[in-house]
Design a binder for this molecule. Structure first.
Ligand code: GDS
Length: 208
């Protein structure tokens, strides 16, 4: 067992990208699954820096904020670029993924019934930005010539978006090929095929 512990609800949600990354890096981790009635009692919430999960432990380092966790793993597992310039570009792309993830989460949790169709209609206006970066880089990754934490984050979000709209990548060949290649990486494939992944809903309210 590696040094990592992930504490979260029984959903893929904001932990999926980092679990995919850990799996691809051949890491193991321990999971503490929190059920919502227990969470509502408030004692764990009170110990969380921002009153929310996930919580990530690496030995005695305790982190909150899923993107901070991805960055930490990027540093630990050689997925944060070759130099400062690549690292800055990877940060930029991760922030771009976060912007789209937030729109997705807002639609899922706050306006699924009224906003889903408009979200899907508007998706190409966001996906085309990632398509352009991926096409220009020519390596099959967002930045540099190997996967960074931003790639895992984008990959996870794209998997969710394809569940929402199965055709959403059809006009984006670079993104489609990226999802195909990442999904076929043996360690990623084994994780995505595992019960540990498949049994979890994408989101806490059952919408997807
Ligand atoms: N920025 C943080 C990160 O990246 O780690 C976000 C962490 C977060 O949102 N955690 C949620 C949580 O702990 C679970 S993810 N909720 C319990 C609580 O707040 O007490 N999040 C916005 C986001 O992800 O940016 C949400 O919209 C979450 N929704 C997604 S689940 C509420 C309800 O059902 O209305 N009780 C809980 C909804 C909720 O937290």
């Amino acid at each position: 067992m590696g040094p990592y512990t992930i504490t979260y609800f029984a959903v893929r949600g904001r932990c999926s990208a980092l679990k995919i990354m850990l799996a691809d890096k051949g890491q193991e981790w321990k999971e503490v699954v929190v059920d919502f009635p227990d969470w509502m009692k408030g004692s764990l919430k009170g110990t969380c820096v921002f009153g929310q999960l996930p919580k990530f432990q690496d030995g005695d380092l305790v982190l909150f904020q899923s993107n901070a966790m991805l960055r930490h793993l990027g540093r630990n597992h050689d997925a944060y670029g070759h130099d400062g310039k690549e690292a800055a570009l990877i940060d930029m792309m991760c922030d771009g993924v976060e912007d789209l993830r937030l729109k997705y989460i807002k639609m899922i949790y706050q306006e699924y019934d009224t906003g889903k169709d408009a979200f899907i209609k508007d998706l190409p206006n966001h996906l085309d930005k990632f398509e352009a970066v991926m096409t220009k880089n020519k390596t099959g990754f967002l930045v540099g010539n190997k996967s960074s934490f931003a790639d895992y984050n984008l990959f996870d979000l794209l998997l969710n978006l394809v569940v929402l709209s199965s055709t959403c990548l059809d006009s984006f060949p670079s993104l489609k090929s990226f999802v195909g290649k990442m999904s076929a990486q043996p360690k990623i494939k084994a994780f995505l095929d595992s019960d540990a992944y498949k049994k979890l809903p994408i989101n806490g309210n059952g919408k997807q």
